[in-house]
Design a protein around this ligand. Structure first.
Ligand SMILES: Cc1cc2nc3c(=O)[nH]c(=O)nc-3n(C[C@H](O)[C@H](O)[C@H](O)COP(=O)(O)OP(=O)(O)OC[C@H]3O[C@@H](n4cnc5c(N)ncnc54)[C@H](O)[C@@H]3O)c2cc1C
Length: 424
């Protein structure tokens, strides 16, 4: 149990590296698409069309050019309407608070929960002049707190540190800063703390995103500091661990041990990692060893070991250690569900929940939600022109995921045929 002696970590370590768990028991979740009966006919058609297009690598690669050319040809209005009925409609909650509210209500009706995300990002070399850009983002994050707060049980939101603090500063990792940089650091910390305070007051959990390896140490440092300050009685601030990194399990154990020593609660978003190609390219260009697991299987193994460690910790004290299995991977989700049963972790107790992106792997999310598991859909929101660059980047980064939507496409097609044959 967190904060009660050191043995729980050792026990959990043993479990994580020990023999595989016994055979599953209890009812198995089925990802056979039966839950697509909950979707409207239009949602089925749109999903099929969008996934079909996203699975074309050439199209995704040229998306920025295609988007700007089509905008010029069609004019802003028609272009915006077309996107709203297709890509934007599939992956984005809406632009205004009422539109986001409709999406959230629809999710609730399907047994799912919203995990709102403001789609802003900055990379090294793109530092914005002055504090105004970051201050604007602070306002957007506070708005996100407000939108998340009435969102049903255990509301959550995602937070991107580099929206509030320069990525360049994060890469420098706070050493040898100039007076200007120091001022920016101070202002950034105040922004982060202010947003967190508002979230805690509103009862919203803050899930801090992991980004590139060159900024992650700074992000973790800031996140652990926020945890130390705000997670005294329950985990309001959560950190993200990317299992494609070779040192993920080691870092996770170190941070769990720190939480235990300092007596703060620990929340984790567990992901495989989104920046595979960029990380590898960077390692090649800068001449350092590839920080990622060499194979897909090794990443899966890493994910399972981290997951097992965390589930053991949650089973010991689900008040002080909580986890979101942020994955579309059916094997990972099934494994988590099975271990939850074996460890006696409640489906809807809030200590373990599941997360997928809006518009992706609905057959997994809906099956989980309908079976009573706390399941969140990560949803970006904002104006079409603001969100599209973010969507395009995500699509390019997750090409392998999008190409792997074959099963989802087949399930959508099957459900459409079922309806067509029944109602010719
Ligand atoms: C709610 C939510 C929040 C998220 N937050 C973050 C975040 O903060 N930071 C972040 O980085 N990502 C985040 N992601 C994205 C996540 O890291 C994955 O990119 C995405 O979810 C795909 O992985 P998967 O487990 O869902 O699916 P899977 O289909 O099992 O995973 C496929 C992905 O694993 C990759 N992969 C990893 N290691 C290897 C390897 N060694 N060899 C080959 N392929 C490999 C593939 O390229 C592919 O992108 C989030 C995802 C969700 C659903």
């Amino acid at each position: 149990m967190l904060g009660r002696g050191g043995r729980w970590l050792q026990r959990a370590r043993g479990a994580a590296s020990g023999p595989p768990p016994p055979a599953p028991h209890g009812a198995q979740l089925s990802f056979d698409g039966a839950v697509f009966r909950l979707k409207s006919g239009w949602e089925l058609v749109r999903g099929l069309l969008v996934f079909q297009l996203c699975a074309l690598p050439g199209l995704v690669r040229r998306a920025p050019t295609l988007l700007s050319v089509s905008r010029r040809l069609l004019g802003c209005r028609l272009w915006g309407s077309l996107l709203r009925t297709s890509f934007y409609g599939q992956f984005v909650a809406g632009q205004t608070p009422p539109e986001v509210g409709v999406t959230v209500q629809r999710l609730h009706a399907l047994g799912l929960r919203p995990l709102l995300a403001v789609p802003i990002e900055e990379d090294v070399g793109q530092d914005k002049e002055g504090e105004s850009w970051y201050e604007g983002n602070r306002g957007a994050m506070l708005g996100c707190v407000g939108l998340s707060a009435p969102g049903g049980p255990q509301p959550m939101m995602q937070l991107k540190v580099t929206a509030l603090m320069s990525a360049g500063l994060c890469e420098a990792n706070f050493s040898g800063l100039s007076p200007t940089e120091n001022r920016h650091l101070q202002a950034s910390l105040l922004r982060l703390d202010g947003v967190t305070q508002r979230a805690v007051e509103a009862g919203v959990r803050v899930l801090v995103d992991a980004e590139y390896t060159y900024v992650n140490p700074a992000l973790t440092l800031v996140t652990l500091a926020l945890m130390g300050r705000w997670n005294r009685t329950q985990p309001w601030v959560w950190n993200t661990y990317q299992c494609y990194l070779q040192d993920c399990l080691v870092r996770l154990r170190a941070d769990v041990a720190l939480a235990e020593r300092r007596g703060f609660c620990f929340g984790v978003k567990l992901v495989r990692g989104a920046y595979l190609e960029q990380e590898r390219r960077l390692a090649r260009e800068r001449g350092y060893p590839d920080p990622l697991h060499p194979t897909w299987e090794a990443t899966n193994h890493s994910y399972q070991r981290c997951l097992d460690l965390l589930l053991e910790l949650v089973a010991r004290d689900g008040q002080r250690c909580q986890l979101i299995v942020a994955s579309h991977n059916e094997a990972s989700v099934s494994h988590a569900v099975r271990r939850m049963e074996e460890l006696g972790i409640a489906k809807d107790g809030g200590a373990v929940c599941f997360g997928q992106l809006l518009g992706m792997c609905d057959h997994v999310s809906l099956a989980l939600g309908q079976a009573g598991y706390a399941t969140y859909k990560s949803i970006p929101y904002g104006a079409v022109a603001d969100v599209l660059p973010y969507l395009v980047r995500r699509a390019q980064e997750n090409q392998s995921v999008l190409q792997g939507t074959r099963k989802e496409r087949d399930l959508l097609r099957r459900e459409l045929w079922r309806r067509l044959l029944r109602h010719p």
